[in-house]
Design a binder for this molecule. Structure first.
Ligand code: AMP
Ligand code: ZN
Length: 141
């Protein structure tokens, strides 16, 4: 078993654990992109979002507000980014996790939301809408 997060869950390697229940653990990300940067990790080894069923998703995501509120209460950040990387280009640990990244003035962390609305016309939006909608329906069958 080579998964580093499974090792943390088993207690084979140390972590700075802020929360644990029967389904998840939350511990400080060693990189501390910003002060209080925390990971929420299911105890079940699942590679990423595509491996989650609804029940496991519920167990993981229901912990997010609690831990976000606790970080906010602790450090009073100006904001909070909640990020989950799946596959390329950013997933480096192949065990599902959610990053909670509190934001501070001049913290140098950068996310670019680039508005490309000018490159899409209404027909493009309609085509994208129907393609994704159809695949949601297929998944629900
Ligand atoms: P990602 O790039 O979304 O897969 O994020 C993986 C994260 O795991 C990175 O931000 C790492 O800093 C973090 N990480 C890796 N090893 C450890 C560890 N032993 N303890 C805490 N965080 C870790
Ligand atoms: Zn694992």
């Amino acid at each position: 078993m080579s998964c580093i997060f499974c090792k943390i869950i088993k207690g084979d390697i140390p972590s700075y654990k802020v929360y644990e229940d029967e389904n998840i653990i939350a511990f400080l990300d060693i990189s501390q992109i910003t002060k209080g940067h925390t990971l929420i990790v299911p105890k079940t080894h699942v590679k990423n979002i595509y491996g989650l069923d609804e029940l496991l998703a519920k167990k993981i995501f229901q912990a997010v507000p609690k831990i976000a509120k606790a970080i906010k209460k602790t450090y009073n950040p100006i904001g909070m980014n909640i990020i989950n990387n799946n596959d390329k280009p950013h997933q480096t640990v192949d065990h599902f996790h959610i990053h909670l990244i509190p934001r501070y003035k001049n913290d140098k962390f950068k996310i670019d939301f680039i508005n490309r609305q000018d490159q899409f016309n209404p027909e493009d939006y309609e085509k994208i809408e129907s393609e994704i909608r159809q695949n949601i329906l297929d998944l629900e069958e």
